[in-house]
Design a protein around this ligand. Structure first.
Ligand SMILES: Cc1cc2nc3c(=O)[nH]c(=O)nc-3n(C[C@H](O)[C@H](O)[C@H](O)COP(=O)(O)O)c2cc1C
Length: 269
């Protein structure tokens, strides 16, 4: 029960007075990168997509789509495009989540509506928010069925090649992939600690004070002991995170995304 809270934050943070099984499931999340070769149980995909479609969606516009990729050759090509991520090939299923303005653009044309609202950055943002909410609902649904998932932002490293591989029309964008499969019990993964709530939960107004900085220092320590226990290379979160945003090179090809989006028809006004 509340052990899940302690696993996530460490013993220093008292567990809340309320709890239930949904919280157990949410707090047990970990990215799974090693799978058994087994196919997904029948109906798991459809159940996950129903969960995804049950997420809130801005003005009920539902401007997202998802592509289920099971073909081994296609998964291998996408794995290479994502920077050589072997788990993309290993997983029996790869879901590719799309911000999709194409459907509403086509419907607007059929209705002889100008659809000018789709020309704004807001439309791209809205579609990206909605597809992320949908994908996360799917992830939780899959985890509730005993399956494991891992988001694959690496698909944005070479967005043009990914679009070509998936035959994406203009005004669609593969925001991220998600590998899905039965977790390999021989490669069990531990729950990764997160920043203490003091660092990210503010009351009434934004805060960046000693309390937040101290919480981050505590987290660096906690992450190091997690890494030691996992026999991983020890590295402060602060160091990891700041290196990840250090420069253009660290973006592994994604620094060109704004131009790419313009090329595939997003107006982003
Ligand atoms: C949008 C997004 C993109 C991600 N991209 C990748 C990826 O390309 N490859 C990968 O192995 N993990 C990827 N991850 C997983 C994160 O590395 C992982 O969620 C984070 O390290 C926290 O670990 P946890 O999920 O086990 O708690 C991604 C996560 C998100 C939310």
């Amino acid at each position: 029960m509340r052990e899940a809270f302690t696993t996530r934050y460490g013993a220093a943070m008292p567990a809340p007075g309320v709890w239930n099984e949904t919280l157990d499931l949410l707090l047990a999340h970990r990215s799974v990168r090693h799978y058994l070769p087994d196919a997904l149980p029948d109906g798991a995909l459809e159940a996950a997509i129903a969960a995804a479609q049950s997420a809130s969606t801005s003005s009920n516009l539902q401007v997202w789509s998802v592509i289920a990729v099971e073909d081994t050759g296609r998964k291998a090509r996408l794995a290479a495009l994502a920077g050589g991520q072997a788990h993309v090939t290993r997983a029996p299923l790869l879901l590719v989540w799309l911000a999709d303005l194409a459907r509403l653009r086509a419907l607007s044309a059929q209705q002889k509506e100008p659809g000018a609202g789709l020309d704004y950055f807001e439309a791209f943002l809205l579609a990206s928010v909605d597809v992320a909410l949908a994908a996360q609902n799917a992830a939780i649904a899959l985890e509730s069925l005993g399956l494991g998932c891992c988001y694959i932002g690496g698909l944005r490293n070479d967005a043009a090649a990914v679009s070509a591989e998936l035959a994406l029309p203009p005004e669609t964008f593969a925001l991220f992939g998600m590998t899905v499969g039965v977790p390999d019990p021989a490669r069990a993964v531990s729950v990764k600690p997160r920043l203490p709530q003091q660092a990210i939960l503010f009351r009434e107004q934004y805060q960046w004070r000693e309390e937040q900085q101290a919480a981050i220092a505590t987290y660096n320590e906690r992450l190091r002991s997690f890494q030691r226990a996992q026999k991983m290379t020890e590295q402060d979160w602060t160091g990891q995170a700041t290196k990840r945003v250090r420069d253009e090179k660290a973006l592994t090809g994604r620094h060109t995304l704004r131009e790419f989006l313009a090329r595939v028809g997003f107006k982003l006004r």
